[in-house]
Design a binder for this molecule. Sequence first.
Ligand code: SF4
Ligand code: SF4
Length: 357
Amino acid sequence: MAEAMRSPIESGCPDAFQYMHPVMRKNYGQWAYHEDPQPGVLLHVSKNGDKIWTVRAGTQRILDLFTLRKLCDIGDKYGEGYIHFTIRSNIEYQVADEAKVEPLIKALTDAGFIVGGTRNSVAMLSHTQGWLHCDIPGTDASGVVKSMMDELIDEFKGWNMPNRVHMTTSCCQINCGGQGDIAINVQHTKPPKINHDLVSNVCERPSVVARCPVAAIRPALVNGKPSLEVDEKKCICCGACFPPCPPMQINDAEHSKLAIWVGGNHSNARGKPTFQKLVASGIPNNPPRWPEATAVVKKILKTYKEDAKDWERINDWIERIGWPRFFEKTGLPFTKYHIDNWRGARASLNASTHIRF
Ligand code: SF4
Ligand code: SF4
């Protein structure tokens, strides 16, 4: 099938059509409507009357081989041999026979997986690669996901929320992790500490200097050796210098915290896309269960659930009640650190590719 449609190329994603359930492939772009028969199950109906059911279960982002084999065995035995993963790490099985839906749900549940994550639920918290194959993590994102989802399991399984809730985590402060109604991100609070003995052996100093968004890093000679120095008044503690120069250690058990951002929305569906805003900062980065961060997230979700109107996403709800009321209702403290009007950004942000000294 794939060969008929497109010849293989050496890089990029493989053609997804070859992995699709035949009913889905046949009706691609021809769906008349879809329904949500029960939590964790979608029904798509084609214009020609074809139907396909999707059963969704939560899985971890980084799957071990044994779990993956178990999930595939369930798909072969109780499904029709077709799966795919959503962007939020949920596995989805497609079946064209309605009679297979309940046995499939039972097999997944018996094997310890949780079926849900559709419609107005809290979908699986999405997270980033972290220590597995990224160079700048400041924390373990998958641990945060596990701890929080353990406490939000009923919100994943049920349709209890005013609308769907997408949450994200990140393991650094600057890159992934901003795609959600609620985001739990790392927050460094101190400039990096430089190990001058190592800089000259390990770092590409021009890259490090160029990497700083506020031009706070300068080359310097320390004890006769080439090294770097940081203008701590300028440093915004973003952590961008740490990947090209590991001796500029910024991660710190005490001073690297978590921050929670709320109200992001990529969609153009009912309103304009919105940026997230900081609502809680300086939360202890406290493994292995991160109770303080989970408590803040649960507080926000509880207030949203009680106060929002049906179908309001978190950003719609805050837009209606206003940010002052958001802080009043959730009981989160509003501090001066929540205000940033970017005054001065034109002068301080490094918006060019030139290296500045
Ligand atoms: S959040 Fe940061 S550290 Fe984590 S995977 Fe993304 S870029 Fe890497
Ligand atoms: S890259 Fe970020 S953390 Fe490093 S010195 Fe510049 S502002 Fe500070």
